[in-house]
Every structure is written in C-alpha cells, then in structure tokens.
Design a protein around this ligand. Sequence first.
Ligand SMILES: Cc1cc2nc3c(=O)[nH]c(=O)nc-3n(C[C@H](O)[C@H](O)[C@H](O)COP(=O)(O)O)c2cc1C
Length: 146
Amino acid sequence: MAQIDIVVGTVYGAAMLVAETLAAQLQQAGHECQIFDEAVLEDLDPSRFLLVITATTGQGDIPPNLQPFAAALADRAPYMKGWRYALIALGDSSYEHFCGAGRQLDGLLQELGARVLLPRLEIDATVDDEPEKVALAWLTGWENTL
Ligand SMILES: Cc1cc2nc3c(=O)[nH]c(=O)nc-3n(C[C@H](O)[C@H](O)[C@H](O)COP(=O)(O)O)c2cc1C
C-alpha cells in the first residue's frame, strides 16, 4: 500500500473538498494519506507519493496557501529526481489563464526532475460543478498502480 501526501491550494474550499474526497477513497483502499493545506516543502518525504490539488486565483495565480510551497520550489530549485506525483488543477475556462496555477506547478515539478505518474487532470468549473466526483472517477482509473 502506498503513502501519499496531498498538497492543496484553495481559496474557497473546492480543492479541499476534492482532497478530502480522494483521501477518504485512498484510505478506504488501504493507502496512508495526509493532507497539507499549508504545505512546507521540507516537511514532505520524497519517498511518499505527492498529489497536488490546486485551484487558480487572480489571473492565473497560485492560491496564497500554496504560494510558500511554490516559491520554495522555484527559488531553491531542489533536485526532485525520485519524487513521483500527480496533479489536479481546478479552474474556470471563462478566465484567460485557465488552470494557470496547476499548469505552472506541473511545469515546475517536471523541470525539477519529478516524475509525473499520469497526465494532469483539469477540472473546469463551467462544466463540472462537483469537481470531487470528476476527481474520484479519475482516481479510480489509476489508484491500483500506486
Ligand atoms: C477571484 C477569482 C479568480 C479566479 N481566477 C482564475 C483563473 O485565472 N484561472 C482559472 O482557471 N480559474 C480561475 N478562477 C476559478 C477557480 O480556480 C475555480 O472556481 C476553482 O474551482 C476554485 O477552487 P477553490 O474553491 O478551491 O478556491 C478564479 C476564481 C475566482 C473567484
């Protein structure tokens, strides 16, 4: 069974609801999960699977609660070889920078050498008003490979 750190970027709570829904499913399947709503890079263990779930705010911006984590990645550019991750981006396609925060973080993690397990999931609030259900269906497709 896998050990999973879920790092959340949220303003209004939708990304946290997605995180809680997936954590419950993963725990039920026997995985060990912890959710970080104020993630600090140093607190994360590279041997654990990293699941990033982030909304976008402002104009393609990373939510404030995830900015220190993103800044640590960008400023210190740690070598992240050996890390494995997946990422869910919540956004709204009526904004110019759709899923800007998730796309930025995904790019950053890949530049740093982390290995993405499967393509980023993007959830558009104009299409899906229950992002946790979309995320759960996505998870069901690959949770057995963890
Ligand atoms: C003030 C504001 C700015 C936003 N800016 C963007 C944006 O630039 N790009 C995008 O894709 N979505 C944007 N969104 C949409 C949110 O990312 C989306 O509604 C998301 O589901 C919110 O998740 P949360 O409840 O976890 O904060 C914005 C929403 C608000 C309220």
